[in-house]
Design a protein around this ligand. Structure first.
Ligand code: PNS
Length: 162
């Protein structure tokens, strides 16, 4: 069985992430979307909230499971017996960061390759940070995120504004 791990912050998951997940689920037998629990990086949504949004948004992908990890990604890959890391690529801006991360991971765990899934043109401009920034000041991000995320963003900012 060929298992791949799709790691990230997913703060929150966007339609671009879902697209990468759908595409990679057709290549591998099992995809584990792995939400990082990073104590040094402040996320807008808690780990539980991020996982819950993914659960609601990716339920249609049958060979997908959701996991969480902290610390070194390589350790998680070994634990899950994964053969690949999935990362989405949008523009050249992503490339430098992604290449660096892929090289680091290869140095740490040479047997596991990073597979880049190129974004669909419809999602090239979508990022979690852009979505949060727009939603925070009342922008409509409905077309950029799954329904559950749109709702969660509205609730989050209503709570902040009231
Ligand atoms: O969605 P993000 O924030 O771009 O995801 C980055 C992530 C979580 C994949 C990356 O920061 C990571 O793998 N962190 C775990 C620490 C690690 O293993 N670092 C070594 C490789 S750079």
């Amino acid at each position: 069985m060929r298992v791949a791990v799709y790691p990230g912050s997913f703060d929150p998951i966007t339609n671009g992430h879902i697209d990468v997940l759908e595409r990679s689920s057709k290549i591998f037998d099992r995809i584990i979307i792995a939400v990082v629990h990073n104590v040094t990086k402040k996320a807008m949504f808690t780990l539980d909230e991020r996982v819950d949004m993914i659960r609601q948004s990716a339920a249609h992908i049958p060979n997908m499971e959701i996991g969480c990890f902290s610390g070194l990604l390589a350790n998680y890959l070994i634990e899950k017996q994964a053969c690949a890391i999935i990362r989405g690529l949008r523009t050249v801006t992503d490339f430098e960061y992604e290449m660096h991360m892929a090289m680091m991971n290869r140095e740490i765990i040479p047997d596991i390759d990073t597979i880049f899934i190129t974004s669909d043109k419809d999602y090239l401009f979508i990022s979690s940070s852009g979505v949060k920034e727009a939603a925070m000041v009342g922008g409509n991000v409905e077309s950029m995120v799954p329904q559950a995320v749109n709702l969660a963003l509205k609730q989050k900012f209503q709570a902040v504004q009231s």
